[in-house]
Design a protein around this ligand. Structure first.
Ligand SMILES: [Zn+2]
Length: 377
């Protein structure tokens, strides 16, 4: 299904959790949605068709990486990011701000924006709210993120406030620069660290400006799951009910289950793809280290009943062998399995919300993880 405009409809609720659909001209996005990360115009070790086969409706692309290499202008000249990377469904791009802060050197932040040197070749660049909107337009992103400062953690109240207020001024500039682009969405980002009053003020400012969706920013930056859930107990409620709510950079499966229960509709994380390249598998029984010698003689699949190519075609012994041998297929198979597991988890969450049975689903999820990985008998 496609729609000429960007839209969002909630089809079912269970407690604070919502199951719905985001409509875009490039296809629908079932929510709660997990977005695999395609940092450099590729979800590493996966073909786009394979990513789609795992059940992904949308990918995330990174503005910071793409503006440096191959550059947004080059991608635009070649027909945009969708064509360039051969993914015709929706793409969300981040604003570049977070990765400038985590990757670039010699950063200097002013009211205008951020100047920095590339981590690749040391070249000098600037991102402002206006430039971020231009880059994301050149990429052809379906969901554009406002340029903000991801407030570091921990931050005292004064530091958090100054950072939040700067982000709200940048949110207005992002809105002004984005303009009117039917079929494309602009999301604002709530800041305010762990301070409820600042979260409320940020949400209020964003609502006044008006966005197509709202992200809860400044979380998953080292505060830990307990603190993150404390903020998620109130922060999403401050954002408009009729728009999607996006928790950036999250996370582990247990983070996702907890965030969805608190009213989050969208998430992204490098974890399933990155850990797939280091021999880590994610299953209903938790994390499995395939590098461990206990898998050496194990003829069983990584996860019984999983329908992904890694589990239907290969044994734990084979996965252990190719990972230990640094064979490329090891990264391919484990990334596929992990993305498949994540998308199955999202489908399970959507079904449970629709059936009004999220509490049972969550209890079963935690009980399974607590059992731990099945040992070879
Ligand atoms: Zn599998």
């Amino acid at each position: 299904m496609t729609s000429a405009t960007f839209g969002f409809a909630v089809q079912a609720t269970c407690g604070k959790a919502r199951a719905g659909t985001i409509t875009t001209p490039r296809g629908d996005i079932r929510t709660p949605a997990f977005m695999p990360v395609g940092t450099a115009a590729t979800v590493k070790a996966m073909l786009p068709g394979s990513v789609r086969a795992t059940g992904a409706d949308i990918l995330l692309g990174n503005t910071y990486h793409l503006m440096l290499r191959p550059t947004a202008e080059r991608i635009a000249a070649l027909g945009g990011l969708h064509k360039f990377m051969n993914w015709d469904r929706p793409i969300l791009t981040d604003s570049g701000g977070f990765q400038v802060m985590s990757l670039a050197s010699l950063r200097k932040m002013t009211e205008k924006g951020v100047t920095f040197r590339s981590h690749i070749d040391g070249s000098r660049h600037e991102i402002t709210p206006e430039r971020s909107m231009e880059i994301q337009r050149l990429l052809g992103s379906d969901i554009v993120m406002a340029f903000d400062e991801c407030t570091p953690y921990p931050a005292d109240e004064g530091t958090a406030r100054a950072s939040m207020e700067l982000s709200m001024r940048w949110a207005q500039r992002s809105r002004d620069a984005f303009g009117d682009r039917p079929g494309h969405a602009l999301f604002g980002i709530q800041q305010g660290s762990v301070y409820a009053d600042q979260r409320a003020e940020s949400a209020s400012k964003l609502r006044t400006i008006g966005f197509d969706g709202y992200a809860v920013g400044g979380l998953a930056v080292g505060e830990g799951q307990e603190k993150m859930f404390e903020v998620l107990d109130y922060a999403p409620d401050m954002l408009p009910e009729d728009k999607p709510r996006y928790l950036m950079g999250v996370g582990k499966p247990s983070d996702i289950v907890g965030a969805v229960a608190r009213g989050i509709d969208m998430m992204d994380c490098v974890l399933p793809s990155r850990s797939g390249r280091t021999g880590q598998g994610w299953t209903a029984r938790g994390q499995v280290n395939l590098r461990n010698a206990r898998h050496r003689d194990d003829p069983r699949p990584l996860e019984e009943g999983c329908t992904c190519p890694a589990c239907t075609g290969y044994s734990r012994a084979y996965l252990h062998h190719v990972i230990k041998s640094d064979e490329i297929i090891g990264s391919m198979l484990l990334t596929w399995h992990n993305l498949h597991y994540y998308q199955s988890l999202m489908q399970g969450l959507r079904d449970a919300i629709s059936a009004g049975a999220l509490a049972d689903f969550t209890a079963a999820f935690h009980a399974n993880v607590a059992l731990g990985d099945v040992d070879l008998r």
